[in-house]
Design a binder for this molecule. Sequence first.
Ligand code: HEC
Length: 270
Amino acid sequence: MVRLSRARTAAFSAALLASLPLVAHAAPTAPTPSVPPHQKWSFDGPLGQFDQKSLQRGFVVFNEICSSCHGMRSVTYNDLSGIGLSPQAIRDFAHAKQVPGPLDAAGHPTMRPGLPDDHLRSPFPSEAAAAAMMGGVAPPDQSRLAAIQPHGADWLYAFLTGYHMPPPPGAPVVPGKFYNDWADGHLVGMPPPLMDDAVEFPDGTPATAKQQARDVTTFLVWASDPHRNDRHRTGLYVFAYLSGLLVLAIAWKRKIWKRGTTQNAQDTDD
Ligand code: HEC
């Protein structure tokens, strides 16, 4: 067995560390890094809450860009009340979409306007049709995208802002694939979906590609867990209630023990 001296092991580790890319795009053929840089999110932590304005902007990005290729089957139009849409806005929005209806008398498929209880319309009739249209890979349903990635929000943000056009020198070039720092093997079949000012935000926030990435990430995290705000609010109430009980319990205990000591004092007096 070959035993390296401690100094040599240290020198070896240092050389290994030095050869690792410090910045993800420094080496186009290096393995895809697994831990994306951490961003600050309003919904972080056990008491975090989604920022409603960001959710609404993210929905604009999803609706105008992502939903032309990706479905979001687990969310209904009604669920959008969770990002602050009014019942009327939800009815109008659903109504403007055409969803598959019942078969007609001759057995042909029909379409009908959407209803609030319908699930968000998928852009392709089936996974196979989606794959055929998209050069072999179907765009994954976005309902659980943020939840299945180990670093959900941070990864989505890094991925959405991780394209390089043109690819860095030395990167593999494959027709129909795009270079992305965070894609598996740096290549992905999705063209860069975000461009500065490709959408307009109703609240006037400048729609840079980075801002769109932030907001659509927030929306995707919400979509994978639409009841997080309610749960965290309930958590807060339960915490406040239990803290109140604790204060009462302490006060009560003091009172009982005080009475006990007075009683004892009287006992000794007698
Ligand atoms: C032109 C169609 C198209 C549009 C628009 C589009 N995507 Fe995609 N997306 C795809 C395809 C195709 C894939 C599968 C690519 C692959 O696996 O190589 C994909 C994959 C993804 C993935 C998974 C990547 C991975 O490596 O796991 C994410 C995340 C994603 N898209 C997010 C988005 C978001 C967010 C938007 C909107 C801002 C969006 N996409 C818009 C076609 C699209």
